[in-house]
Structures are given as structure tokens and as C-alpha cells.
Ligand binder design. Structure first.
Ligand code: 4NP
Length: 175
């Protein structure tokens, strides 16, 4: 994980995307966000993890990879892993895909200050819902068809842009 550091435009942040199995939704979010934000001056590290270890060590679901490829994201690689306590220290934002993931993260966060949110809490223009978990959920597409994966892609594109707007706005306030 790259150390987050202060830059002329603000402090960099590390971002972890979280779902249940870490093979469908959070890898999609990671792959999309890498593509959009890898060279962004305020983004240091990007990773993903699952609240469960069912698929630890496995690559992303083939439907996540084919959806990314269809949208010209061809350089994404990941091995599934479970969220650890250390993640709450290493990452500034842990962004959950649904309310179960969010609750599981909040249960283990303890007193660590990392921001734990639904990814869908970030709306257009970088507006954050007042209530943690008040935003849009990314439904689990694992047991459905390939259309569910396209829907996940469209959601995480939107949320990635909104989250970046939020980070930019927030850093402006800190300066
Ligand atoms: P994900 O989807 O949380 O988006 O990675 C799932 C993948 C696997 C399982 C559940 C959800 N599973 O039960 O094996």
C-alpha cells in the first residue's frame, strides 16, 4: 500500500472497496476506479476485499472480467482476500457495496477513524448522504445473469465519479 502523503492540492487517500466474496462487485469497483483515478493526485492506494473468505486467493468472477473487458478495462488483476483489522488503519475509506457489508465493517471498525460508508452514499456532485448507509446499494449479481454485472458496472462508474468529486471538494476545504 503506498503511503498517503500531502500534495499541493491536498492529502492523498487510500481507498478499499468491500463486498461479500471479493470476486464480483468490489473487484468491479476496484477495476473501474483504478481506470478512472489511478493517476489522480489525491488518490494513493486502491484495493478491494471481502467480508468473507469463501473465495480467498481466487481471481475475480469471469463475468466481472468480461464486463470490464467489454468496457476496455483489460489490465485489471486481483486475488480475493478477506478484510483485516489492519485495513482500517491502512485505508482512509472503506466503501461497502450493500448494507450487509456495511454492517459487518462497522461491527469490526471499533474506534478506528477510517471512514466506512456505502459506495452509493456518494451522489452526483460529490454530495454525501447525511446518514451512513442512506445511499444506493449495489446488489449481489453472483446468482443472476450477466445483465446484473453490467448493472453493477454502471453503478460503480457513477459512484466512482461522485466519490472523486467528494474527495476533491473535501480536500479543498482542508486547504
Ligand atoms: P460478491 O458476490 O460479494 O459481489 O463478490 C458474491 C460472490 C460469491 C458469493 C456470494 C457473493 N458466494 O456465496 O460464494
Amino acid at each position: 500500500m503506498p503511503a498517503s502523503k500531502s500534495t499541493p492540492t491536498g492529502r492523498q487517500v487510500n481507498v478499499l472497496f468491500v463486498c461479500l466474496g471479493n470476486i464480483c462487485r468490489s473487484p468491479m469497483a476496484e477495476g473501474v476506479f483504478q481506470n478512472i483515478a489511478a493517476s489522480h493526485p489525491l488518490i494513493a492506494g486502491i484495493d478491494s476485499a471481502g467480508t468473507a473468505a469463501y473465495h480467498a486467493g481466487e481471481g475475480p468472477d469471469s463475468r466481472t472480467m468480461s464486463t470490464l473487458r467489454r468496457h476496455n478495462i483489460t489490465n485489471y488483476e486481483h486475488a480475493a482476500r478477506k478484510v483485516t483489522k489492519q485495513d482500517f488503519l491502512d485505508f482512509d475509506y472503506l466503501l461497502a457495496m450493500d448494507k450487509h457489508n456495511l454492517r459487518d465493517l462497522l461491527d469490526v471498525r471499533g474506534s478506528v477513524v477510517a471512514e466506512v460508508r456505502l459506495f452509493g452514499d456518494f451522489g452526483p456532485g460529490g454530495v454525501l448522504t447525511e446518514r451512513v448507509g442512506g445511499g444506493e446499494v449495489v446488489q449481489d449479481p453472483y446468482y443472476g445473469g450477466v445483465n446484473g454485472f453490467e448493472e453493477v458496472y454502471q453503478q460503480v462508474i457513477r459512484f466512482s465519479k461522485s466519490f472523486l468529486d467528494y474527495v476533491e471538494k473535501n480536500q479543498d476545504l482542508e486547504n
